[in-house]
Design a protein. Structure first.
Length: 300
C-alpha cells in the first residue's frame, strides 16, 4: 500500500497564469518502510493479524463464566440458561425454522437500510455542499433525529397498516440519520486548502467532487454508514415487535409471552452475530476504500 500523495501547487506559468499541480509523495512511515531494494513493505496488516484473535477473548470468557455459574447453581437456569442450552434450543427449532426467521429479518434490514442510506447519501451531500440547504433542512432533521423509534410505530401503523411496509419504513428511518450526519459533516469538514489547490489546478466541479471532496469525506461517510447499519438492526427489532409472524423480533416476543428465557437469549445471540457479520463486511470494505490513507491506525 503506497503512501498518500500530497498535491503541491506550482507557480503560474506564462501570461495566462495557468496553474499546475505537482505530486509530492509523502515519506514512507514505519508502517510502509522501504526494503533495501526500494520495495515498499507494509507491516501494518501483519501486526493486525497477530492481535486479531484478542477479539475472541471477551465473549469466550463471558460464555465460559456463564456456563460455570449456571452449572454450579449460582444463577437460576430458568432466568439465565447456560450457553450450551441455547445451542440445544436452536437445534430443537431446526435449521429451517431458524433460517426462515434470520432470512426475514435480514431481508427487512437490507431493504430498509438500502432505502434509508440511499436517501441519506443524496440529501446529506446536498446539505454538505450547499449552505442554504443546510439552513433549510438541517434543523428539521435534527429535531426528527431525536424522536425515539417506538414513537413512530403508532403513526406508521395508522398510515401503512400491519404488513411489511411500516417495518421497512421504520428501519429506513433508523438508517437515515447516522448516514445523513456522516455525509453532511464529512463534506463540510473537508480541508479548505485541498479545495483551493484543486481550483487552482482548474478542476471542474465534477472532478473536484470525485477527486477531492469524496476521498476527503469518505472516512466520515463510512462511519455514518456503519452506524446506520447498526441502527437498522435495532429498528428492525422494534419493527418486528409490531405485528410480525417471522423474524428475530418475533422470536423475542414469542419467548417473552411463553416465559422462555432460552428462546429470548437465542434470538439476542443471533442478532449479535448478524450485526457483527454485517459490520465486519462494511469494515472490510472501508479498509479497501481507504487503503491509501497513512493514519495512526498503522502505528498502533
Amino acid at each position: 500500500m503506497s503512501a498518500q500523495p500530497t498535491l503541491v501547487p506550482a507557480s503560474s506559468h506564462g501570461s495566462q497564469g495557468t496553474a499546475t499541480l505537482h505530486v509530492a509523495p509523502k515519506a514512507p512511515t514505519s508502517a510502509t518502510a522501504p526494503a533495501s531494494g526500494g520495495r515498499v513493505i507494509n507491516t501494518a496488516p501483519s501486526r493486525e493479524r497477530s492481535t486479531a484473535w484478542l477479539g475472541w477473548l471477551p465473549p469466550l470468557l463471558l460464555l465460559a463464566s456463564l456456563e460455570t455459574a449456571v452449572r454450579l447453581g449460582w444463577v437460576p437456569s430458568h432466568l439465565l440458561p447456560a450457553p450450551s442450552d441455547l445451542l440445544v434450543t436452536l437445534w430443537h427449532l431446526g435449521t429451517e425454522v431458524v433460517g426462515a426467521h434470520v432470512l426475514a429479518s435480514t431481508t427487512r434490514v437490507a431493504v430498509g437500510f438500502g432505502i434509508g442510506a440511499s436517501l441519506a447519501l443524496v440529501i446529506g451531500a446536498a446539505v454538505g455542499l450547499k449552505r442554504p440547504l443546510e439552513h433549510l433542512l438541517d434543523p428539521s432533521f435534527q429535531a426528527l433525529r431525536a424522536i425515539p423509534s417506538l414513537a413512530w410505530v403508532p403513526l406508521l401503523l395508522l398510515w401503512l397498516g400491519i404488513d411489511e411496509s411500516p417495518k421497512i419504513v421504520l428501519i429506513a428511518i433508523g438508517a437515515f440519520f447516522p448516514v445523513y450526519l456522516g455525509v453532511s459533516a464529512g463534506l463540510r469538514d473537508v480541508d479548505r486548502k485541498l479545495v483551493e489547490v484543486a481550483r487552482m489546478a482548474g478542476l471542474s466541479s465534477a472532478a473536484l467532487a470525485r477527486r477531492v471532496l469524496l476521498p476527503a469525506a469518505l472516512p466520515s461517510i463510512m462511519t455514518g454508514v456503519r452506524n446506520g447499519l447498526s441502527l437498522a438492526w435495532m429498528f428492525m427489532v422494534a419493527a418486528e415487535l409490531i405485528a410480525a409472524t417471522k423474524g428475530l423480533g418475533y422470536l423475542l416476543t414469542d419467548g417473552r409471552e411463553t416465559g422462555r428465557a432460552d428462546l429470548v437469549l437465542s434470538a439476542i445471540v443471533l442478532l449479535a452475530v448478524l450485526g457483527k457479520l454485517s459490520d465486519s463486511a462494511l469494515r472490510w470494505w472501508e479498509r479497501r476504500l481507504l487503503s491509501w490513507r497513512d493514519t495512526f491506525e498503522s502505528q498502533r
